[in-house]
Design a protein around this ligand. Structure first.
Ligand SMILES: [Zn+2]
Length: 510
């Protein structure tokens, strides 16, 4: 008996969506009635977005429906029976079994993104939107699974395995191989929420990988062969013994030890690492020396070593204005997403103009004191299966697309909320005064949304859900671009770009 399928579905739902490819990102091509049976199975592929249940990545089965339409159904919604060994399934029988529950040998594993997700992966470094470095598992062609380890070297234990082809993986950090091998290791956040380290020769990276020391990559490139940011790694010597107590301190907020380097760029040698939550005195600051977005801060460790830490790896307290970073305060707003990966920090008017917080479909919440929606702009050119410029072949930084309201001027679906001065946190009002913006109101854009709920004029109550984290407009992967500007007029924002651009840290903690 050849391999056939029956639509199982989920309780209460009379139909199951079949899609044009093996992921939810593909359009629906057919709605199959639960119970439809004897459907020939043509192919099996892993979920291209790497979505998983309990650590097991979904697969999709391509089947033929009674009207001869072909479509893909996820393996938790479909049962199979008969001889499915040619499709990689073991232990199938003449009895119907949920496909998700079967083990699979993976003779045909999809590598990387295909279909509508393929194409140049543009993103903004200097523009308004924002972007992230995304990883796809390439692995070893002879093995279906890739090992994730607990640290950056082969001496660390394997903590789980992930399917080759899994994509939409975020980079948390990059480190040199601890065993001294000529490799780098990537600490990765997988779509199912797990994190672990993988070596640079089993992953492809693309997008804005400059925060972790690689060039911007329009196409996926094996990380071990990806061009690194170039700059002369000449150590910048701090001036010895001349670091008075500046009154500004940083606390390491990265989830893993922060690297202290010999100069203000990721290309410099690592001097030492500092554990999360360590408090360090700040002695000096520099712009990243290759023109990159980040500010770097000179710190002295408890062991007396000096070196440079990238500013987005710490939060700040005390008198930090001279160093170009904004001190946090207990009274600030929480970040607009409860769960996220912080993928890019603020780089000023000529750099990255906000924060990027990444976690697809996560709810985006307004501030705790209410606010008024002054813009709720739907991206008319964004479609569910092709939300971003890159899906339409629009090049990185395209000026016409940036001028196009149909793309939300690059922001895609976006909401701008006005927060009145009188209702801002006291420390925010004080910082505005220090910046010469006393009495100004804040205008915050929440960009690249997938779902967008409010309308212009809505008065928001505390922590209203504005939408969900998406990938619309000038974006290389799902993330929220959060940008904060200040203006004197509460009733009219005026031109967005004419407003004063601020580090989101004036209003938000993270
Ligand atoms: Zn951004």
């Amino acid at each position: 008996m050849s391999c056939t399928a029956r639509i199982k579905g989920i309780p209460q739902m009379p139909t199951v969506n079949a899609r044009g490819g093996p992921a939810l990102s593909y359009p629906i091509v057919y709605q199959a009635t639960v119970g439809t049976a004897n459907l020939p199975v043509l192919d099996v592929q892993v979920d291209e977005q790497g979505l998983a249940l309990d650590g097991k990545v979904y697969r999709w089965l391509k089947v033929v429906f009674p009207n001869n339409t072909e479509g893909w159904v996820r393996d938790d919604l479909i049962e199979i029976a008969g001889d499915c060994s040619a499709l990689g399934y073991k232990n199938t029988s003449d009895a119907l079994v949920l496909a998700f529950s079967l083990s699979h040998e993976a003779p045909s594993v999809t590598l990387g993104r295909q279909g509508p997700d393929q194409g140049a992966d543009e993103q903004e470094v200097r523009g308004i939107g924002g972007d992230v470095c995304l990883v796809t598992l390439t692995g070893d062609p002879n093995l279906p699974l890739v090992n994730a380890r607990s640290g950056p070297g082969p001496n660390h234990g394997v903590i789980f395995q992930m399917e080759r082809g899994t994509s939409r993986i975020y980079v948390i950090d990059v480190a040199d191989d601890e065993s001294g091998a000529d490799h780098r290791w990537f600490n990765l956040a997988f779509p199912n929420g797990q994190t672990g380290w993988m070596r640079d020769d089993v992953i492809a990276i693309q997008g804005d990988c400059t925060p972790v020391g690689y060039e911007h990559l329009d196409e996926p490139v094996l990380a071990s062969r990806a061009p690194r940011l170039s700059s002369e790694p000449v150590a910048v010597e701090p001036v010895a013994g001349t670091a008075p107590d500046s009154g500004c301190e940083g606390t390491v907020i990265s989830t893993i030890p922060a690297k202290v380097r010999s100069g203000p760029n990721v290309t410099y040698n690592i001097v030492t690492t500092v554990e999360p939550n360590t408090v360090l005195p700040i002695d000096d600051s520099r712009a990243q020396d290759d023109g990159g977005d980040f500010i770097w801060l000179l710190v002295t460790t408890q062991e007396g070593q000096t070196g440079w830490i990238r500013s987005d790896l710490m939060r700040y307290q005390g008198d930090c204005a001279d160093f170009g970073v904004v001190a946090a305060s207990d009274d600030l707003y929480p970040s607009p997403m409860r769960r996220y990966f912080f993928t890019q920090g603020y780089g000023g008017i000529n750099g990255h103009r906000g924060w990027d917080l990444a976690l697809e479909d996560e709810a985006i919440l307004s501030g705790p004191m209410g606010g008024r929606v002054v813009r709720a702009h739907p991206c008319s050119r964004c479609t569910p299966d092709k939300p971003a410029w890159r899906h339409h072949g629009i090049p990185y930084g395209d000026q016409n697309a940036l001028r196009d309201p149909g793309w939300g001027w690059g922001y895609g679906n976006h909401v701008i909320v006005r927060y009145l001065h009188d209702r801002l946190p006291p420390s925010t009002r004080q910082k505005l005064a220090e910046l010469g913006l006393a009495g100004h109101h804040l205008y915050v854009v929440y960009a690249h949304l997938k779902e967008m709920y409010p309308s212009v004029g809505d008065e928001l109550t505390a922590e209203t859900e504005l939408g969900t984290c998406g990938d619309t407009g000038w974006s290389s992967g799902p993330h929220l671009h959060l940008e904060v500007r200040a203006g004197p007029n509460p009733d009219s924002m005026g031109s967005w770009l004419s407003l004063a651009l601020l580090d989101p840290a004036v209003l938000f903690n993270r």
